[in-house]
Design a binder for this molecule. Sequence first.
Ligand code: SF4
Length: 471
Amino acid sequence: MNLQAADFKARAKEALNDTQLQRAVPFVQDRLRSGRVQAAEALGNVEEWRELLSEIRMDTIDNLDSYLEQLAGNVRANGGHVHFASKAADAVSIVSRIAEENGARKIVKAKSMITEEIHLNKHLEEQGLSVIETDLGEYILQLAGEKPSHIISPALHKRRGEIAELFSQAAGRKLSEDTSELCAFAREHLREAFMEADIGITGCNFAVAESGTVVLVSNEGNARLTTSLPKIHIAIMGMERIVPTWNELDLALTMLTRSATGQKISVYVTGISGPRQAGDLDGPEQFHLIIVDNGRSDILATAYKEVLKCIRCGACMNVCPIYRHVGGHAYGSVYSGPIGAVLDPLLEGYETAKELPYASSLCGACTEVCPVKIPLHDLLIEHRKDEVEQGYTPQMEKMSFGAFGFMASHPAVYSKAAKIASAGTTLWAKDGYISGGPGLLAGWTAGRDLPQPAKQSFRDWWKEKGGARDE
Ligand code: SF4
């Protein structure tokens, strides 16, 4: 599936008519959301934790250059290789080069949003390399040829029947819809892939600058096999996924797992500080860390800087009323939900992602749950402002707001226009609501009814009641 951020409205409409999606998204959203609430209550003073983590993340972002230098120095001191990639294409080339230099053909991957962002699989497969996703959700999506629809639960939109069909095709025999049978097939198939792989690729939940350690959290154990069985491990991280020390990691992990799934801690937390050392029983012979910029440096100097504090927990998606109704694919980009609506326009530009900042009711629920206090709804308003200033607003909308601005600053004109609108819309009104009409009215009422304007304006009513005019 080739997703593009443009055409959000068309895809949202499709999603609203997808009955399976309408059941699946709220089900997962409610489960993850209630887990987060319970975990937050158990912490007791979650606001203090949020405040502290927000401050730490901001300080890290403000001093990214020195922390990155420290991280790179420590990874090299541990025997690893560090590569800086300023663009997505550079990161892909680095992976291709490592594969070529080592004669590698088979790659296993653990779930990683940054590799989705740089479209790594597509490029590597075009070069004839075999890439197998080993996270169960990602494996299902790879077989289906789809992209993740949620940061934490990538295949939440898939029914068990669909998964059984996909696995049956891959197995070459009929598998039942029994969960243990499906998992047994995936385990057997993926175990072979782990054993045969030349390279294991992972993302990076956090990189600890003081020790040069890449930290991965997972609930399936696939990340651990990806990093320990193949001879080469390549970890790819967005340049902002850094924590200064293990003390800050402690706080960040506490908030990440609680906000994501409501767990106190993930089943597996793996720390990798370089390649296998003398005396180690397992581990890769080579360890490469690719640090990707891909537009992040540009964000640093803007009003959107705080979005770089994101720890990709997905909590904002689990409370968003828009995401609840349209799911992740409607956003047409790697990142969906409120974080996607803020981040995608910054990474892809307004040309393709200009609709996304409008995919929000601005209720602020996302901002309230964000463990690093990113003011998501404020940033969405900032995007809307920037779009207007940069000329991305439709001509009709510009003219309408211009006309409204003129009327609002000329009370006599406003009063007359309100009377004309009230009389004019009577033609399409029924029982106090307008559910159709021409031009703009048709667009507005296509999805909801508009209350009919009052026959008498407040000013006229006030005058009639003999109310005093405050001059
Ligand atoms: S914006 Fe906040 S809530 Fe959303 S994924 Fe990032 S850290 Fe989590």
